[in-house]
Design a protein around this ligand. Structure first.
Ligand SMILES: Cc1cc2nc3c(=O)[nH]c(=O)nc-3n(C[C@H](O)[C@H](O)[C@H](O)COP(=O)(O)O)c2cc1C
Ligand code: SF4
Ligand code: SF4
Length: 249
């Protein structure tokens, strides 16, 4: 079984591709049962995006609730733009608290969905194609390592100082700065529909309810680009994963 969390679709695609290559099944942690009983020898995977050099809080909440007893092979795959920090170390500790071992950890670079700072933006179409082309190859490597049950850590960490300041940085990851441009919003409800946490109410414009995973699905899926975050997002091109972006072999 592969459990995944995804805001803008990168991690969902990675989880589903891995499931296909490994003849396994991918399920969202939002729909998954926390008392899942693995079959003999069944591998357990976790796929999620990197938020500030670590896993999303909702993934740790899911692990906290997990009631799985197994010595089977367990692996994690972090999708990120370029740097996954020390996520495997934190993730391993979270699993250990539940009596579970982490056998392997991988990162995979994917198109960027982080716009919440000055000077950061989504990738150009050329860069996006390059990233997805490399990701297709990387997925084959990861699938082979999992299939053959390699004990391995294969993570692009980036600067270690950034991982150290991550907890400080993550304190500012809240939905307080989201707002809607009412003159742009057509009240279509897409933002509320795509929110995996059901954190958006429509009254009749979207309102954020303070229980945000910071996944950016609402911001990137709004068909009118009416959702903004502070001063950081206006005029920046949006992104969410589409199969049509995949380069053909
Ligand atoms: C709040 C937030 C923080 C992020 N932090 C990082 C980061 O520290 N390093 C990185 O390489 N990418 C970072 N990203 C980019 C995402 O990890 C990347 O685009 C990921 O593949 C998105 O996955 P998804 O489409 O499944 O949601 C961040 C994205 C968000 C929304
Ligand atoms: S997706 Fe955009 S246009 Fe539709 S309701 Fe939400 S903010 Fe308004
Ligand atoms: S409110 Fe937006 S950013 Fe927060 S969890 Fe929902 S879709 Fe993701």
């Amino acid at each position: 079984m592969i459990f995944y969390f995804s805001g803008t679709g990168n991690s969902q695609w990675v989880a589903e591709e891995l499931a296909q290559k490994l003849s396994d099944q991918a399920t969202s942690i939002m729909a998954a049962k926390s008392d899942y009983a693995p079959k003999d020898g069944e591998k357990i995977g976790f796929v999620f995006p990197i938020y500030a050099w670590d896993a999303p809080t909702c993934v740790y909440d899911f692990i906290e609730q997990l009631n799985i007893k197994t010595n089977n092979y367990i692996y994690m795959v972090a999708t990120c733009h370029s740097q996954a920090g020390g996520v495997d170390k934190v993730f391993k500790k979270a699993l250990a608290k539940k009596g579970l071992n982490l056998n392997a950890a991988f990162s995979i670079n994917m198109p960027n969905n982080y716009l919440l700072a000055p000077f950061v933006k989504t990738d150009s179409n050329t860069k996006r194609t390059q990233l997805l082309s490399k990701a297709q190859k990387r997925l084959k490597e990861i699938a082979f390592a999992v299939e053959t049950e390699k004990n391995i850590v294969s993570i692009k960490r980036g600067l270690s100082i950034l991982s150290k300041i991550a907890p400080f940085f993550r304190r500012f990851m809240t939905d307080k700065a989201f707002y809607v441009e009412k003159n742009q919003c057509i009240q279509c409800g897409v933002c509320a529909k795509v929110c995996p946490i059901k954190n958006i109410s429509l009254n009749p414009f979207p309102e954020w309810n303070g229980n945000c995973a910071m996944c950016q699905a609402c911001l990137h899926h709004c068909p009118k680009q009416a959702i903004q975050y502070g001063h950081f997002t206006k005029g920046k091109k949006r992104y969410f994963f589409k199969k049509e972006y995949l380069p053909h072999d």
